[in-house]
Design a protein around this ligand. Structure first.
Ligand code: ADP
Ligand code: G3P
Length: 497
């Protein structure tokens, strides 16, 4: 076997395919952005056919760039934007509706209704999640309610539901396999993370027929074989994980107490808690970090909806920069005596506030405030929000010690200024690895190790290499003052005062 492993990283704004060789080095890649649909305020959809086409195109592009054929590839690992959900026809493979994306808020009213019925505790106890429109369950219920005849057809077994990984597996195997992995299942609001099974009681509350749902497998497992005509040869699919979980693996956070944070569109911090299913008292999520050889490893997760998206707003919204990479330089020019805060609640606030109705706000403007202060406020908001998560994690679990080091990845970590400010505000070291494609690497490792062509977890962890450590370098009085200002700004932004 060759050792070549292909990772398909199906993200929120683009699809990437990356071919790694037997030494885990990137030898070819393809990337394609796809359309974001905003059919109503707070609604976000993707066309599953466009996603599927982007997967086929990028896989072919990665192979071509590397000068390899599908027959050279030992295995595929899939990783994906989480919670986004598709319902499709079992007979034709055609979706019955656009995919409803994780950022979509259309089920806020349903979540409120379930909360009023006193059901949040039950959902949290079983799934580790909260009643927020973020998760897949209420999105599936919405489609079954709104698409004519859908629930009846689902009950008859004519329709299938799944997160993006499941939809891709169904398409890649030409309708032979309907499966997902435990990490993706753990984001649906209908999966019992203690029992590792779909939860009949929650399914019945949301009126979702169990027969629509995929079989739940380990992250490194047999997910079938790609249809021969697709890429010119059959390839085994041997790894699947939600993108944040794949990044946790790619960052080799295999030990309890290790933590990674990914700064892409949003920011998602996962703290490995080992076999401990830690129940958060501070509005963090409990999730499955990964499941290998039938053994579940849990994590505490903090989910921030807007991180790099605030930089996009600087570029495309208020147009104070032309390119994302200019944001750090501009922020460094900001007047240190001004205290401008941006609370980027553009789509509500995630952990630890979970306020779906809050909207973004800026505080502390003076006549001297300009582009530089806006840029600094946008980048600092990412650091403050991460600090809020770390504080909540420390309160929730003693394993999150004061010595916690944060391993970072995602597009935003290219900004040295932001990483230094992150270390300053966290008062903890921030480690940036040499390989920043950790999400794809994690998915590839699942497939490559399952195929027996890549090293085991211990050896893989040893191959993790530091590019740069950012040490905290801020006076503690200054840090406290800045944090107090941030907390005040957040308090004034919440929808319920
Ligand atoms: N040098 C930079 N400084 C600050 N932000 C950046 C920089 N480069 C990219 N970004 C931000 O990172 C995000 C892209 O990261 P990526 O990991 O590709 O995200 P996703 O997978 O969510 O699409 C964008 O929101 C962009 O604004
Ligand atoms: O596609 P990303 O990188 O924005 O990640 C999205 C998350 O998985 C949503 O939970």
């Amino acid at each position: 076997m060759s050792g070549f492993v292909l990772a398909i990283d199906q993200g929120t704004t683009s699809t990437r395919a990356i071919l790694f060789d037997g030494q885990m080095k990137v030898v070819g890649s393809g990337q394609k952005e796809f359309t974001q649909h905003y059919p109503a305020s707070g609604w976000v959809e993707h066309d599953p056919e466009e996603i599927w086409a982007s997967v086929v195109t990028t896989v072919k592009a990665a192979l071509k760039q590397a000068g390899h054929a599908a027959a050279d590839v030992t295995a595929i690992g899939i990783t994906n934007q989480r919670e986004t959900v598709v319902i499709w026809d079992r007979a034709t493979g055609k979706p019955i509706h656009n995919a409803i994306v994780w950022q979509d808020r259309r089920t806020a009213t349903l979540c409120q209704k379930l909360k009023k019925q006193g059901l949040e505790k039950k959902f949290t106890r079983k799934t580790g999640l909260l009643l927020d429109p973020y998760f897949s369950g209420t999105k599936i219920a919405w489609m079954l309610d709104k698409v004519k005849g859908a629930r009846r057809r689902a009950e008859k077994g004519e329709l299938l539901a799944g997160t993006i990984d499941s939809f891709l597996i169904w398409r890649l195997t030409a309708g032979k396999v309907h499966a997902t992995d435990a990490t993706n299942a753990s984001r649906t609001l209908v999966y019992n993370i203690a029992e590792n099974a779909w939860d009949d009681e929650l399914l019945s509350i949301l009126n979702i027929p169990a027969k629509m749902l995929p079989e739940v497998k380990d992250c490194a497992d047999d997910y079938g074989i790609t249809e021969k005509n697709l890429f010119g040869a059959e390839i085994r699919i041997l790894g699947v994980a939600g993108d944040q979980h794949a990044a946790t693996i790619g960052q080799a956070c295999f030990e309890p107490g290790m933590m990674k944070s990914t700064y892409g569109t949003g920011c998602f911090a996962l703290l490995n808690t080992g076999s401990d299913l830690v129940r958060s008292k501070n509005r963090l999520l409990t999730t499955i970090a990964y499941r290998l050889n039938g053994k579940t490893t849990y994590a505490l997760e903090g989910s921030i909806f807007i991180a790099g998206a605030a930089v996009q707003w600087l570029r495309d919204g208020i147009k104070v920069i032309g390119k994302a990479e200019q944001s750090g330089k501009l922020a460094a020019e900001a007047d240190p005596t001004q205290n401008v805060y941006l609370v980027p609640a553009f789509v509500g606030l995630g952990s630890p506030h979970w306020d779906a109705e809050a909207r973004g706000a800026i505080f502390g403007l003076t006549r001297n405030s300009g582009p530089a202060e806006f840029a600094r406020a946008a980048l600092e908001a990412v650091a403050y929000q991460t600090r809020d998560l770390l504080d909540a994690m420390r309160k929730d679990w003693k394993g999150a010690s004061a010595k916690t080091v944060l391993r970072v990845d995602g597009g935003m970590v290219a900004s040295d200024w932001t990483m230094q400010r992150l270390a300053d505000i966290l008062d903890a070291p921030v480690d940036r690895p040499t390989i920043l494609e950790t999400t794809a690497l994690g998915a590839a490792w699942l497939a490559g190790s399952k195929a027996g062509v890549w090293p085991d977890a211990k050896k893989f962890a040893k191959s993790w290499a530091l590019e740069r450590r950012f040490q905290p370098d801020m006076d503690s009085a200054m840090r406290s003052a800045k944090l107090a200002g941030w907390r005040d700004a957040v308090r004034r932004t919440l929808s319920v005062q």
